[in-house]
Design a protein around this ligand. Structure first.
Ligand code: URA
Length: 470
């Protein structure tokens, strides 16, 4: 019997090195174990050195990299069996009816699901340390996926210092390098922070009792993850009260008057735009964050008089991480310049901070954000507004107008004039630059462009008047 001891439960490199030395050894004659799991029982048997090369189809390493993260103690032996089988049958992995292939596929799917759940349900809490802002999260993965998932979290939260603590392994990112340390216990993890109460209020406010589908909700957000999600504490009560709230909504003509009001500015107001931006990088308030490259937050000087609000980042904005840098942004820049507004003096943002798209081959086609996505993202828009306190807010298009007013807006009826806001600012509504880009008729496009510039020129006149103290 050959015994191979791997350094860690997800030690793919160790596994690969070991199987290379096991060519010719029947899989049944090998025992796999992980250091620390009764390692002393069998002792270490080093695999042989000079072995002939293995035939490994392209798909195998990626499959093995995931399968090795499964908790099934037989995973190494199964992968070894598959490798041995592949030497005689190079197309073995294509045989979906083969019991070994089916078993590997099940393990692979379970690991992929777990990877996705970790991406969806890790919730960071702020735990500042001696070096400043630091975020920590506690998560209990079903499998050994922390190392497999590390690249995702590092890319997504590159500008944050963070730790993800799990019982198996902990990942730490300091903005420069990643480090892994042994597993931790839940007691090491932070338990709630000042934002948590607001998170709950907010979740309660966007929970729509009339759309409740309990089975589907639990399918997407399995109960075992609830204990580490601040908002999940509310779910049983919200479900219990959903029927009554729905009946009240119907009686009130569709309005949910019982929903708690999310007061984002009360919490977010004191925060700086830079702090909000850092927090928004980890936003998972709606599902749009998952396929997008990154959060595209607003940008501009903290004392800007004017805030320009678009719909959502497009393909180029998603890649660049900045609003309005693609074709619509170029049209906007030109129109602002013509109208006499200096873009570098304005704060530019979007109603929705993640790119919503449908993949079509290699292309990503813009998809319109739905109401729940706009509502979920209004948290950030309100917070930006509270931090910036702009004197003029310009809604570019219907989505921005919806997010800023809370109601459906017909642009043609409300454009080109100041709409007084409760906080003393003025809301101006105009078209979205992408609308102008989409008009096929050149004459119509030119006319619309003139109206767009005229709307912006009216805003420019108000900016001048405000700056002069009018
Ligand atoms: N369209 C928008 O609404 N916003 C952008 O940032 C880019 C295109």
């Amino acid at each position: 019997m050959t015994v191979v001891t791997l350094a860690a439960p997800d030690d793919f490199d160790g596994f690969r090195a070991a199987v290379r030395g096991l060519v010719g050894t029947p899989p049944a004659a090998v025992t796999w174990q992980v250091a620390g799991d009764d390692a002393g029982l069998f002792g270490d048997a080093a695999p042989a050195g000079d072995a002939p090369p293995l035939r490994v189809p392209k798909a195998f390493p990626d499959l093995a990299r995931r399968v090795i993260c499964h908790r099934d103690p037989e995973r190494f032996a199964l992968l070894h069996q598959a490798l041995a089988g592949l030497q005689a049958r190079p197309k073995l992995l294509d045989d979906a009816a083969d019991p070994l292939v089916r078993r590997l596929d099940m393990l692979d799917k379970a690991v992929r699901r777990d990877v996705h759940k970790m991406r969806a349900y890790v919730r960071f809490r702020e735990v500042p340390d001696a070096e400043g802002e630091h975020y920590a999260a506690w998560f209990e993965p079903a499998h050994f996926i922390v190392r497999l998932n590390a690249g995702f979290f590092v890319r997504r939260f590159a500008s944050m210092r963070f730790s993800i603590l799990t019982p198996d392994l902990c990942l730490h990112w300091d903005g420069i390098g990643a480090e892994f340390t042994p597993g931790a216990s839940k007691a090491d993890a932070p338990d709630g922070d000042p934002l948590e109460a607001t998170w709950k209020t907010y979740y309660a406010s966007i929970f729509n009792p009339a759309r409740l589908k309990i089975a589907s909700m639990q399918g997407h957000m399995p109960k075992k993850y609830w204990k580490n999600l601040p908002e999940a504490e509310l779910i049983p009560d919200l479900i219990a009260g959903a029927g009554e709230r729905t009946r009240a909504m119907i009686a009130a003509g569709g309005a949910d008057t019982s929903a708690p009001v999310a007061e984002a500015p009360a919490v977010a107001g004191p925060k700086s735009l830079a702090a909000l931006k850092a927090e928004a990088l980890g936003c998972q308030r709606c599902p749009l964050w998952a396929p997008a490259t990154q959060t595209v937050f607003g940008e501009g000087p903290a004392d800007a008089l004017v805030m320009l609000v678009g719909e959502q980042p497009g393909d180029q904005e998603d890649l660049a991480g900045r609003p309005f840098v693609g074709p619509a942004g170029q049209l906007l820049d030109a129109a602002l310049a013509e109208a006499g507004i200096d873009r570098t003096r304005a704060y530019v943002t979007n109603a929705v901070k993640h790119f919503k798209f449908e993949p079509r081959g290699k292309r990503r086609i813009h998809a319109k954000p739905e109401l729940p996505e706009i509502d979920a993202c209004r948290w950030w828009l309100d917070a930006e507004r509270a931090a910036l306190k702009p004197r003029i807010v310009v809604a570019l298009g219907a989505t921005a107008a919806r997010a800023l007013t809370g109601r459906a807006v017909t642009i043609g009826r409300e454009r080109g004039r100041a709409i007084a806001q409760p906080d003393g600012s003025e809301l101006w509504i105009t078209a979205h630059p992408s609308f102008l880009l989409r008009l096929p008729d050149r004459a119509a496009a030119a006319a619309e462009r003139m109206r767009f510039v005229a709307d912006l020129a009216a805003v420019a006149a108000r900016v001048t008047a405000i700056a002069q103290g009018a």
